[in-house]
Design a protein. Structure first.
Length: 202
């Protein structure tokens, strides 16, 4: 018989959760410990299963990857739904990551914070996480720019100027671009082009 454990604050019954490190997670992946179709992220040492994607989400991710690669190559390139390492206990899988090239640098290891120019999450049912725990972590490690493609609100939210650590981490600037707007793509202080919100969110 399985006994339920109350995990609410103050009800831990003396138990403490075990935090898995990125190295441990990667060893389990290499050993084939997880079923092939199960996609997981490591957020703060805790494993989370990736949500099942719907068609608007998949379309937005694919279109963003194509648009960005056209604008940013060869100095940068876009990776779709691939892991990045953001500390000992953090191996998230952003929907799109703009990574400093060349691609061969990441043959044997995932990009780190210093390799990233832009992270993007395409958000529908995942908004509370994308604007919560991921938003804080991306700010804490100094990701220069973070986009949330908010499908429900039909807008792209652009966050920049990260500061702080832990729960105090935050992006100091926020700009919201509606369906009729174009989002500037800026990397290394250079304006590389525009992304039409309407094209991405419909």
């Amino acid at each position: 018989m399985v006994t339920e454990i109350d995990l609410r604050p103050g009800s831990d019954q003396g138990r403490k959760p075990y935090r898995m490190s990125v190295r441990q997670f990667e060893k389990l992946i290499a050993a084939g410990a997880f079923p092939d179709r199960v996609r997981l992220e490591l957020l703060g040492g805790v494993l989370f299963r990736k949500m099942t994607k719907n068609d608007p989400h998949d379309f937005a991710v694919g279109l963003l990857g194509a648009i960005l690669n056209r604008l940013i190559e060869p100095a940068w390139f876009a990776r779709e739904e691939k892991s990045v390492v953001l500390g000992k206990f953090w191996r998230p899988e952003p929907d799109v990551a703009v990574v400093r090239g060349p691609r061969q640098r990441y043959r044997d290891s995932a990009p780190r914070a210093d390799d990233l120019g832009l992270l993007i999450e395409v958000s529908d049912v995942t908004y509370s996480s994308d604007r919560g725990v991921k938003w804080r972590r991306y700010a804490a490690v100094g990701i220069g720019t973070y986009w949330i493609v908010n499908l429900a609100q039909k807008r792209i939210e652009v966050y920049s100027r990260p500061s702080g650590q832990g729960q105090a981490a935050a992006f100091q600037d926020a700009k919201f671009y509606g369906p009729d707007a174009e989002v500037p793509l800026i990397l290394d202080g250079r304006d590389l082009g525009r992304v039409s919100v309407k094209d991405v969110v419909g």
